[in-house]
Design a protein around this ligand. Structure first.
Ligand code: ADP
Length: 424
């Protein structure tokens, strides 16, 4: 079997560990392994004719010695050629690679064991990620199918959020129609159409927000939480010294997991999350009463954590700057705002974001090997400390219904759905 892996949507720590694990597990099970650069956009772009002379490109661009080995696949050789320094490879992760060199015209690249060595400890995604509008069109997905068939690839692993996993499911369901249309246009032969009648798909959830249903943890969420905790620790000491209040904005547009867990781990006085707005209106009274009580108990510092998607019972956004004004005016607190922003995303994955992708990667390859036309596309999840397979679209649909419940102000339902995983 030929398996291709791509990372898509927002990057998260642990995506490289996913690629490494799947490449190695696939090779051990006798599969041929490929990576797709730049998410679905790379699938749509595919490999152009210029791709055959990539070694020439590297030679002319750069004076580094070019490794030339008999019998080494050109793509694999290219990756070797690009690796130098302290094992840094495909550094940028967007369009440029080490030293500003680009794998021009080549998005679907065959990889071997050594190409992913050490990737478990690298932040972000070394094969790049992107948001592709073209893949959302039928023309884009037809091009993507053609590019996969051209390379003889028959299985796809997607690591991304709910959007990326939806795209994977759409692609798999549509696959027979795409193959038929490519055959009708004589872009592929009858034999190719027969050999590629079915696309095997599996999804892994790379998301810092821990926002996917039917899994206890998403890849990247533990590292993001760790980053937030470190930031709160830093803020805590200065807040204590000056007896200040800090309002810390963390990521989480639809999901309050990061804010909630950071609040628990960092000793917050008040937390705002989208799924459970403050229970009283105006919420300012509730917050000030609580924080005022803490101050009366001689607490020298105040920490408020607000998820970026927080809002009140009427869905009006609750912004960090406004919370600061309330604390300053009503309680007389010297208040500052810290928006953690992209520092939450980046950096080295924590241990769990290396272990989880490694275990899930092995399961993903097994799921592909066992996949038939009858089996659904699986998402690899975690349930009560066990790696599990769940139907991909069930998880995506449930995740979407949390957002819908919030929009309908049905907060009890949103909370129930978040916690309802695996209930019969
Ligand atoms: P995330 O995976 O982090 O939720 P997005 O929602 O932006 O991020 O989705 C990432 C990419 O997945 C999109 O840019 C698009 O290429 C693809 N995608 C998302 N939804 C669909 C869809 N309904 N059909 C086809 N492709 C989709």
């Amino acid at each position: 079997m030929k398996i291709a892996i791509l990372t898509s949507g927002g990057d998260s720590a642990g995506m490289n560990a996913v690629v490494r694990s799947i490449v190695k597990a696939g090779i051990l099970k006798g599969c041929e392994m490929w990576v797709v650069r730049e998410g679905y956009e790379g699938l749509v772009q595919g490999n152009t004719e210029a791709a055959t002379s990539v070694n020439d490109q590297v030679k002319s661009d750069d004076q580094q010695p070019v490794l030339q080995q008999e019998g080494v696949h050109p793509d694999k050789q290219l990756l070797h050629n690009l690796r130098f320094g302290d094992g840094e490879l495909l550094k940028d992760g967007t369009t440029e690679f080490v030293g500003g060199r680009t794998l021009k015209g080549r998005y679907i690249v065959r990889v071997g064991w050594d190409d992913v060595r050490g990737w478990f400890s690298q932040g972000g995604t070394l094969i790049g990620t992107a948001r592709s509008m073209t893949f959302k069109t039928i023309e884009g997905r037809t091009a993507a199918a053609f590019n996969l068939i051209k390379e003889g690839i028959d299985a796809l692993v997607v690591c991304g959020g709910d959007g990326s996993l939806t795209g994977a499911d759409v692609f798999r369901r549509e696959w027979p129609d795409l193959v038929r249309s490519l055959k009708d246009q004589s872009r592929i032969t009858d034999k190719q159409a027969e050999q590629h009648a079915h696309l095997k798909v599996v999804g892994l959830v790379g998301s810092i927000d821990n926002d996917m249903c039917l899994t206890d943890l998403t890849i990247g969420a533990p590292t993001a939480l760790q980053r937030i905790c470190e930031a709160i620790d830093n803020i805590n000491s200065t807040a204590y010294s000056h007896s200040r209040a800090f309002v810390i904005e963390v990521m989480g547009r639809d999901c309050g997991w990061l804010a909630l867990m950071a609040g628990v781990a960092g000793g917050a006085d008040f937390i705002f999350i989208p799924e459970r707005p403050p229970s009283a209106q105006p919420w300012e009274d509730e917050m000030c009463a609580e924080i005022g009580r803490h101050r009366k108990l001689n607490k020298r510092k105040t920490i408020v954590i607000v998820a970026e998607g927080a809002h009140d019972l009427d869905l009006n956004p609750i912004r960090a700057e406004y919370i600061k004004d309330v604390l300053t005016e009503r309680l007389g607190l010297d208040t500052r705002v810290t928006t953690l922003g992209h520092t939450q995303r980046g950096g080295r994955p924590c241990a769990l974001d290396r272990i989880l992708p490694t275990l899930q990667g092995v399961e993903a390859v097994d799921a592909l090997i066992e996949s038939t036309t009858e089996t659904p596309s699986y998402m690899i999840g975690l349930h009560e400390n066990k790696v599990v397979r769940v139907p991909l679209m069930e998880a995506v649909a449930m995740t979407r219904s949390v957002a819908t419940a919030v929009k309908e102000k049905n907060f009890d339902k949103a909370l129930e759905l978040r916690g309802a995983e695996f209930k019969e």
